[in-house]
Design a protein around this ligand. Structure first.
Ligand SMILES: Nc1ncnc2c1ncn2[C@@H]1O[C@H](COP(=O)(O)OP(=O)(O)O)[C@@H](O)[C@H]1O
Ligand SMILES: [Mg+2]
Length: 594
């Protein structure tokens, strides 16, 4: 285990590789920051000049007014010509750097997440991932602002202030300087609390985002079971946890602030009284007191930021660490180097050889056990078995959403694990039970099947999938918006769009996982017809509850509790009088009578 300090250092050195390309902007912003903070130094100097050399001097009134006027013009010019552009560049330069880095990180995390396996996405709530992309990446900004630039600005400015104060009065300067170590010392414990509590805030914000996303998606269940009150209370609990940690963070912050500010006030008070003593003793002028006291006022801001640096650093590093953690999670399904590209001429023969698979690797109970079968190019195979017997899992092994634990899946004689994933997906089309359409137009949704498809291709895909007539009747046709900003479609309509997508892709291998089972019988007819169009001349694996599909299959594979128990054609299996016959009598007898 790495210590947290070592971990911080690794995160830091990695973050520096992101910052390095923008060093010129960081430098510009820092220089401007130094100028911006040292400009106010002039004012006390001018005040001292007025007090000691102009106002009480023996010059004539008009001479005095002349000097005052010149000083005023000088200051006005200085502030408009220097202060405005310098303040602008300090802020804009720094923000530009953090925006560029955040943009880069967001894109890196998003594209990395796309590479992760089905197992990863099943184990992570989408809301949590979204929070990582958004909130954690935001932590770059305070880092760039405070740690990468302010630290240098404050160090230089403090040195300038201290050396100027030193020229006025050494003992008073030393007294002012002890404020920094003293406040750091007094707030050490407080800062470690802030670090811990704010880490909890971040963590709980992730949790609540995941929770909200899930419940919003499942609003129908909440409504139908009348769980609004129950849900509201559960949410209240999550939110209260965040409130509690934020409240604690806030209390520690306020306490730290109170200690630091009061300390500097106490030291200022002592300095004022001591200055009066030194004036009485003739060791200081009134002008000196004014200058010294003004410097002291400016001195406090960078001083306080220095004292708080530890907290800001810890907080931003914790957020950025979570981003890197995500980037470092290796995809558990990866291509081997020089993976075989599935050429369109390679026969689409599929074999499962002694395949076993389990979701819980430690538990030892197989979800699929010793699966063996062969499918020849162009065949239609029906997978049959009661719910939970492992049909979906089996086809997910074929699409490499998961890897087998024992045995091998072969396509055209090649182990699936040696085949290039894009070439596998290029030739595979899948229609699930619950199709997700993305928000966007119908055309865009169909186009996912082939990004460079022409409009004619899209129309013929829609026709082949029985979707054309309903799309044409929509007010905006193919440009109709779906999803959050647009209209909703019925289950059957969604399925037909999903099928159009697959038509457009024109895959050689087709997998249908209960594609019609959530539909009413009228939409089922239309979808079934579309599916039959789609299946012709393709190697197809169909998980079906429809008798006609099963009757037409070249081979029926009957599964029970993760094993293949029977294979054959309908009549053979029926004669056998085993599991298939049992399933058949349970499910289809009534259908046949109709
Ligand atoms: N992501 C998962 N994690 C753990 N167990 C799972 C997961 N998906 C499915 N299972 C379990 O694996 C078994 C087979 O599920 P599945 O392949 O979906 O069955 P079917 O499609 O035949 O209804 C079931 O017992 C199910 O609970
Ligand atoms: Mg299933």
């Amino acid at each position: 285990m790495k210590s947290s300090r070592q971990k911080d250092r690794t995160v830091l050195s990695r973050l520096i590789t992101y910052i390095r390309p923008h060093w010129h902007l960081i430098l510009l912003s820092t220089i401007c920051g130094v100028i911006k903070l040292t400009l106010p130094l002039l004012l006390p100097q001018i005040l001292k000049y007025f007090t000691d050399d102009v106002l009480v001097s023996s010059r004539s009134t008009s001479e005095k007014l002349d000097i005052i006027f010149q000083c005023m013009v000088f200051l006005l010019v200085l502030y408009t010509v220097v202060h405005i552009p310098v303040s602008f560049l300090r802020q804009a330069g720094c923000t530009e750097v953090s925006n560029r880095i955040m943009h880069r990180m967001r894109c890196e995390v998003y594209s990395h997440l796309q590479k992760m396996s089905a197992a990863f996405h099943q184990n992570h709530k989408s809301g949590d991932l979204v929070t990582r992309i958004n909130n954690d990446v935001e932590q770059v900004h305070p880092f760039i602002w405070n740690v990468a630039t302010n630290i240098w600005i404050d160090a230089i400015v403090l040195l300038v202030y201290i050396s100027l104060m030193w020229t006025i009065h050494i003992p008073l300067t030393l007294l002012a300087c002890i404020a920094l170590p003293l406040s750091v010392l007094l707030t050490t414990k407080i800062r470690s609390h802030i670090r811990k509590e704010s880490h909890q805030v971040q963590k709980n914000i992730s949790t609540i985002s995941g929770y909200m996303q899930e419940r919003m998606a499942g609003y129908a269940t909440v409504k139908l079971f009348h769980l609004e009150q129950y849900e509201a209370e559960k949410f209240n609990g999550h939110s209260h946890t965040i409130y509690r940690y934020t409240r604690n963070t806030n209390r520690y912050y306020s306490l730290g602030e109170a200690v630091t500010v009061s300390l500097s006030e106490i030291i200022s008070a002592i300095i004022v009284c001591l200055s009066a003593y030194y004036i009485v003793k003739g060791q200081m002028s009134v002008g000196d007191l004014i200058v010294f006291y003004s410097y002291l006022g400016y001195f406090i801001t960078p001083l306080r930021r220095f004292a708080e640096l530890n907290v800001t650093y810890a907080k931003s590093i914790a957020g950025i660490e979570r981003v890197f953690e995500m980037l470092d999670t290796l995809p558990d399904i990866e291509e081997v180097p020089n993976a075989i590209v599935l050429s369109p001429s390679l026969p689409m023969n599929i074999s499962f050889r002694q395949v076993s698979f389990r979701y819980e690797k430690e538990s030892g109970t197989d979800t699929l056990h010793n699966i063996n079968f062969d499918i020849r190019e162009g065949e239609t195979v029906a997978l049959v078995g009661s719910s939970g017997c492992g049909k979906t899992t089996l086809v997910h092994l074929l699409t490499r959403f998961y890897d087998v634990d024992e045995g091998a899946v072969l396509i055209g004689g090649n182990d699936l694990r040696t085949i290039s994933l894009p070439s596998l997906y290029e030739q595979t089309g899948m229609v699930f039970q619950d199709t997700v359409l993305f928000s966007g137009t119908i055309e865009e949704n169909i186009r996912y099947g082939k990004l460079d498809a022409t409009m004619d291709e899209i129309i013929s895909a829609a026709k082949a999938s029985n979707a054309y007539s309903f799309i044409r009747n929509l007010p905006d046709g193919f440009s109709t918006l779906l999803g959050e900003r647009g209209i909703g479609l019925s289950g059957g309509q969604k399925q037909r769009i999903a099928i159009a997508r697959v038509f457009l892709r024109n895959p050689r291998l087709l997998i249908l996982d209960e594609a019609t089972s959530a539909l009413d019988s009228e939409s089922e007819e239309l979808v079934q017809e579309a599916l039959e169009n789609l299946m012709s001349h393709r190697t197809s694996i169909v998980i079906a509850h429809r008798l006609s599909t099963i009757l037409n299959a070249d081979q029926i594979i009957v599964m029970d509790q993760g094993r293949i128990v029977e294979t054959g054609k309908h009549n053979e299996l029926l004669e056998l009088g085993g599991r298939y016959a049992e399933l058949y009598h349970m499910q289809f007898r009534d259908v046949l009578k109709k």
